[in-house]
Ligand binder design. Structure first.
Ligand SMILES: [Zn+2]
Length: 149
């Protein structure tokens, strides 16, 4: 249990959340649920920077190994962690980690969506115009590392 004093007031109402660095290779995301802090450990890598920390979000498949309360909430939790650890001091790696706000300029830059499905196994999103894959699978890592369109 995390007991050290943190600089921010703690949102100790049901559903409150916080995210904090743990060490050179981990940060933690926590939610206050059922009267106590529930914790997810997220892996990462500290660098000389910038970015000073690259967050490695686990794949959709590996995310299922997190506790049940985090299942089906991968996008929401990733968005929260990104908001707490924003670029350019932080960068992100992982499958399908673009938020809706990240995706729309990429779709526009590609000339819109095609009428064909993405060819990534089990993906049901439409492919980008003139591409084989949807925006998520064309840009599997973070927006900040992509060359300008
Ligand atoms: Zn796809």
């Amino acid at each position: 249990m995390l007991s050290r004093h943190l600089p921010h007031p703690e949102p100790t109402e049901e559903g409150g959340w916080r995210a904090s660095p743990v060490d050179r290779h981990h940060l933690c995301y926590e939610e206050y649920r059922d009267g106590q802090w529930q914790r997810l450990e997220i892996e990462g890598e500290m660098l000389a920077g910038p970015p000073f920390f690259i967050i490695h979000f686990s794949s959709i498949e590996a995310w299922k190994r997190h506790p049940a309360w985090a299942h089906h909430r991968r996008d929401e939790i990733i968005d929260r962690i990104k908001s707490r650890f924003p670029p350019p001091a932080h960068d992100y790696e992982g499958e399908a980690i673009l938020s809706a706000a990240d995706r729309s300029p990429l779709i526009a830059a590609a000339g819109g969506l095609s009428d064909k499905p993405c060819r990534w196994a089990s993906c049901t999103s439409p492919a980008l115009h003139g591409k084989q894959f949807c925006v998520t699978h064309c840009y599997p890592s973070s927006l900040w590392r992509q060359p300008s369109p």
